[in-house]
Structure formats: C-alpha cells, structure tokens
Design a protein around this ligand. Structure first.
Ligand SMILES: Nc1ncnc2c1ncn2[C@@H]1O[C@H](COP(=O)(O)OP(=O)(O)OP(=O)(O)O)[C@@H](O)[C@H]1O
Length: 678
C-alpha cells in the first residue's frame, strides 16, 4: 500500500511543479489563484480527480500563454467580451464533461474565455491578412495587365518595325481572340498640343490568324467602311506574317457599364445607328456575323457610333448563297484598288481629344435632345417605401430564381450534338455556317440551316435591344448551340421554333414543351424587379396561407404572370415603363424566329419606334401617349404576308413580300407581281 502511495506521489511531482509554475503565472497576471490544490491527495479516488485536474491544468497552462498575449492586445474590446460570455456556457459543458473539481472552475473559466478571445483575435488577424492579400492580388492583376500592355506594345514594335517609325504607340486599348488593339499617334504631330493630336487604333492581328480572315476584314473595311457608322481604315501595314490595320480611334463606353442606365432617347439612338450600319453592310450583300456589344463602339457623351470587327463577315452571291471562305482570289484586285485609293484612305482621319470634346459639346447644346432626354428617363411610378420582411425577401429571391431557371432550362437527356436533323434525308446535307458569338446566334444558325442571310445580323441586333429593354445582359447565356436553342424556346415557346424548323426542312429533337412568354412583361419583370416584387404587391395578393398563387406555366405569381396568352388577373404597372409599346413591337420583329419573316434593317429603320412624331409628354404614361400611334404604325407593318401555318417545307413556301411602308395598296399589288420567290 505504501509502495502504491509512493508511486502516486512520484507521479504527482511533475504535476505539482507544473501547477506551481502555473500559479506563479496567474499571480503575475493578477488572475485569481486556485486555493485548493490536489497536491495533498492521497486516496485512490482523490488521486483520480487530482490527475484529471492536473490534466486540465496542463491544458489551462497552454491557454494562459495565449491568454496573456490576448490580454495585452485586445483587452478593451467589448465585442470580444460578449463572445467570451457566450462561450462560457460552452466551456461549462466542457468542464462538466471532464469532471473538473468545482474549486478549479473559477480559474479555468476566465482562462477559457481568454482562449476564446485569442481565437477571435486570430480570426481578426486572418481577415486582415485576407484583406491585405486581396489588395496584393489586385495589384498583381494590375501589374499583369501592365505586363500584357508592354507585351502587346513590344510584339507590335518588333514584328512590324515600320510602325515605330510612323507612330508613337501608347498602350493597349482592347484585345480579342484574334488581335490586340493599340492606341497610336503620329510622330509627325508630336509638336501639336496633346488634345489636337489625332489618335489611331492599330489592330495587330495575331500571326496565327488565317490570312483569309484578315483579307475579308480588310476588304469590308476598305469597301464599306468610313461611312454609315461602319469603321473605316486608314492603312494596312504588313511585315512578313504580321499585319496591322490602322483605323481612326474612337473612345467608347463599355456596354456593360451603360446598358442599364440608357434613357429612351439613347436606346433609340443606339439602335438607329446600329440599323443604319447594318443597312449599309447588307446593301453590299455582306453578313457581318458578329454583331454584339463589344464590336460596337458607342460613345455616350458624343453619341458617336461605329460598327467594327468584320473578321467573320461573309459575302453572299447574287442568288443568296454564301461565298465560301478560303477564297483568296479577290486579294490581288483588292490590293490594286487599295493602292489606287491611297489618297482617299487618309480621308478617314484619327479622332483627336479636341474633336471629341467639340462633338460632346455640340450634342449637349442640342435643345431638343435635352428636353427629350429629360422626358425619356422618367417614370410616373414611385418606388416602394415599404421594407420587405424576411419572408418577403425570400419570396422575391425565389421568384427571380424560378424565372431564371425557366429561361435557362435545358433538358439534360438531349444529345447536344444531335438535337436537330434534316427532314429531307434524301438530299445531301449542306454545310451550315456557325460563325458568330454564342448568345447572338439566330435560330436558323442553331438549326443548321445552310441558306443564311443578312437576317442573321438583325437577330443579333434584336438580342442587344432585348438586353437594353430588360436590363439583363447577357440575356442568352447558353454554353452550347443546343442550350441556345432551348433558351430561345423558353422565351418564344417551343411551337414557334418547331414550326420554323419545319419550314427550313429541320426537325428539332428537343423534347421540352414550353409556352411562349410575353416579351414586354419579361423585359419589365427584369427591369422593374423592385416594383414587381414590392412588399405591397406581395401583401395585396397574398392568400390565406400567406403565399401567392403561382402560374403553372411561367411559375411567377399569377398577378405577375409573364405568359404570352395569360388568363390571369394581371397587375399592369401602368406608367412604370420608359419604353413605349412601339419598342416591344420592334423587338418582336427583330427577334422573329423565322428568318424569312424577320424584319430587315432597312424596314426596321422605318418602324414607328424611330418616328420623329413619337414625342414624349412629361407626366403622361407612355402607353396612353402612344396607343393611337401604335395602332396606326403597327397596322402598316402587319401588311406583311404571314407564312402558311401548315408546314410545307421551303419548297412550298408562299412568296415573301416586303413593301416599303409608304406604298399605297395599288402600288403594293403592282410591286407584288414583280417580287421574286425566296
Ligand atoms: N477603332 C477603335 N477605337 C477604339 N477602340 C477600338 C477600335 N477598334 C477596336 N477597339 C477595341 O478593341 C477591342 C477588340 O477589337 P476587335 O473586336 O476588332 O478585335 P477582335 O480580336 O476581332 O475581337 P473578338 O475576338 O472579340 O472578335 C474592341 O472591343 C474595342 O474595345
């Protein structure tokens, strides 16, 4: 028994030493000292408890060291105290679990709360570190951008040395898949004040860029550019396999930064300018094929607009078939023509800062513009002052998510490489061009229809308008052509797409059945989400169970139903929208699924949306102001013959007639007799 006691005492010796050291530390830090120690424990049971206490003291000693650090650094922070208090209960549980003697608790408790403070301190440090890292990361990104800038400058100067003899190249202003675009000024204008020096955009094509693509772009810019909002070219410099185009520089706004805040007048100007450019390009029987915001240079301050990047452009022959790529036979003629027009090329001058400031001042001085712009941005609808509850906020989120899911839905069982087949299996399948940017490809491209026309660009203009009217960009986000067709179906209904597909000798294998949505209400739902989802609206339409009834088709609350043929009692949000009905009518014509019925750029420019008579009267809802105009204008456009509802394939198509709006009925009949079949 004595031996056992001896053993126990031996075991306790190191613990006692530790405890003594610990007590002295506590005294140094003015902390309450354990009054009852376990050192005198002699019995077996008491020895067990003592060991437990000693064990816990081991832990406490460590904590104390952290605690000291904590005391000096964070003692004054009340927030920590609160967290420490909360954690007390947690540590109480721990104490109970490890059966600490009651006498040890007064010491352990403050120490444990100090541990918690140390934790909090570490969390603070960590968040400070994360913040610092983020700043460093941003600096690194800026440095990388700077590196890319220098890289692009060096690449241009070394691969085309002549550039350095003519231009001061300042920085990189843009880059795409196929090129880097740099800002340059003429060396011979160095003596001019900064604001008067003409600026040029030097597009340096990647050496890997196919010569056919470069030639195509050059030809388009040379033959069509410099006029009608189409970018012109000053000169083209080639050195071995490196080519650079010199164009007038135009400072512009990123679409991403402005599309949500454009006034009605600005939207009109933007679209009008775009359609003017397209009408011009289409007159040359050329499809741009890459109409999208980043290929449009638009300066909100000056109102200037240029369509650029003809790298994917395709020319149609007189009979409407595409001139195949890789045809470089026209190169010699083009270069000859360019040589002959050398003087003319220099007509398209660079754009100095001074010229830009003058253009902006001129635009601001236009009194009509000022009045109309003021009217264009206003809405008679006041935003809701009521704060949404948590439940209402959740309902708002869920509503929007359901809508996004509905628009982006794609049946996962569909084979993305085999979602459309030809109905005419006998005929040899022709190549259908897919050139373009995802999200802007029209149904005929997604349906692999080989006879594509300039209507391809009109659809893309419609997608841009859709983003502007809905404040949702990009509107179509599809990762593949199959998903893109699904998204189009989700908006316009599957029936519309299937009908068109059948007209084009195509069968869509997508199994989703989905009803069409109302374009105007879809746009308004996104643009004025705050009003559509306001707590007042939710409360007004709440059912007894506290929820709103949902439309089965669009999955929105019935009062906000966005189905094209809705049978629900709808909230109309009268006076809320800054866009007149004409805008939505034009939108639906630009986004006509059937390419053969889609409005042309020329026709679109005559749409009542752009009519000068279409003026705004402040304080009166647009819908009232334009109801009459709309009825008159739209009736004119409806004169277009619709396609037969029974699908007879392209072989059975009735002639598609398009008449200038101004034509009288008799003239139309005469014109109809001379219109060729499409
Ligand atoms: N004349 C210009 N003035 C000012 N900036 C320009 C000009 N031309 C092009 N840029 C800028 O350079 C960017 C890239 O130009 P561009 O689209 O011609 O190149 P890309 O390589 O064909 O691009 P992508 O691969 O996106 O089609 C444009 O988005 C624009 O920001």
């Amino acid at each position: 028994m004595d031996k056992k006691l001896q053993q126990q005492q031996q075991q306790q010796q190191p613990l006692q030493a530790k405890l003594a050291a610990f007590e002295s530390k506590l005294k140094q830090n003015n902390l309450p000292v354990l009054t009852t120690t376990t050192t005198t424990t002699t019995t077996g049971a008491a020895a067990g408890a003592g060991a437990a206490a000693a064990n816990s003291n081991k832990h406490v000693t460590k904590s104390t060291q952290h605690g000291n650090r904590q005391t000096t650094m964070k003692d004054s922070q009340g927030g920590h105290k609160e967290r420490g208090d909360k954690s007390t209960t947690k540590y109480e549980t721990l104490l109970n679990r490890y059966a600490l003697p009651v006498a040890a608790q007064p010491v352990v408790m403050p120490l444990l709360s100090q541990v918690q403070r140390v934790n909090n301190d570490l969390t603070d440090k960590l968040s400070r570190l994360t913040r610092r890292n983020n700043i460093k990361f941003r600096e690194l990104a800026a440095m990388q951008a700077q590196d890319k800038n220098t890289e692009a400058l060096l690449a241009l100067q070394t691969s085309i040395p002549e550039i350095s003899q003519i231009f001061d190249v300042h920085c990189r202003i843009g880059s795409g898949t196929f090129s880097s675009v740099l800002l340059g000024t003429l060396q011979r204008e160095r003596q001019l004040p900064e604001a008067q020096r003409r600026r040029f955009a030097i597009k340096h094509h990647n050496p890997t860029n196919h010569p056919e693509r470069i030639l195509r772009e050059l030809e388009c810019m040379f033959r069509m550019g410099g006029d009608h909002n189409v970018i012109g070219i000053n000169c083209c410099i080639r050195y071995n396999d490196n080519v650079a185009f010199v164009m007038p520089f135009m400072s512009h706004d990123r679409f991403h930064d402005v599309y949500r805040s454009l006034s009605l007048l600005e939207v009109k100007e933007y679209l009008r300018n775009l359609l003017v450019a397209l009408r011009h390009v289409h007159k040359f029987n050329v499809i741009h094929r890459d109409v999208k915001p980043s290929n449009i240079l638009y300066n909100r301050r000056t109102g200037k607009f240029l369509l650029c990047d003809f790298g994917l452009a395709q020319r149609l022959t007189e009979d409407g078939s595409l001139i195949q790529a890789s045809d470089l036979s026209g190169a010699a003629a083009l270069l000859r023509d360019m040589d002959a027009a050398q003087q003319q090329l220099y007509r398209h001058e660079g754009n100095s800062l001074q010229a830009e400031a003058e253009a902006a001042a001129l635009r601001q001085a236009d009194p009509e513009r000022r009045i109309r712009a003021a009217g264009g941005g206003t809405t008679a609808f006041e935003s809701s002052p009521m704060e949404p509850t948590k439940k209402e906020l959740a309902a708002q989120k869920a509503d929007t998510q359901r809508l996004i899911n509905r628009l982006r839905f794609i049946n996962v069982n569909v084979d993305p490489n085999n979602y459309v087949v030809s109905t005419n299996s006998g005929r040899k399948e022709m190549h259908a061009s897919r050139a373009g940017t995802p999200g802007y490809r029209p149904p005929e491209v997604l349906l692999r229809y080989p006879h594509q026309t300039t209507a391809v660009d009109v659809w893309a203009a419609g997608v841009i308008m859709l983003s502007m009217l809905s404040s949702l960009h990009p509107f179509f986000k599809a990762p593949s052509d199959c998903a893109a067709l699904s998204e189009i179906m989700n908006l316009f209904g599957d029936l519309q797409v299937r009908k068109t597909a059948f007209m084009l000798d195509r069968l869509v294998l997508l199994t989703q059945k989905v009803g069409a949505l109302d374009l105007k209400r879809v746009c308004m739902r996104f643009r004025y989400a705050a009003q559509f989802l306001s707590p007042e609206m939710q409360r007004r339409h709440r059912q007894a169970d506290g929820n709103s009834e949902l439309c089965r088709s669009c999955e929105q609350p019935t009062y906000n139903c966005i189905c094209k043929h809705s049978t629900h009692q709808l909230e109309t949000y009268e006076g809320l929208d800054i866009f007149p009905l004409h805008a939505y009518d034009l939108l639906s014509r630009l986004l006509e699924i059937n390419p053969q019925r889609r409005i042309t750029a020329e026709e679109a420019l005559r749409h009542p949306f752009f009519s000068e008579h279409h003026r705004l009267v402040a304080g009166v809802p647009f819908s009232h102001q334009h109801q009459q105009q709309q009825q008159a204008g739209i009736a004119q456009l409806r004169s277009r013959e619709s396609l037969p509802s029974t699908a007879g394939g392209s072989r059975g198509l009735k002639p598609y007639l398009s008449h200038p709006l101004g034509l009288s009925n008799s003239t139309r009949t005469a014109a109809a007799s001379s219109t060729t079949h499409v």
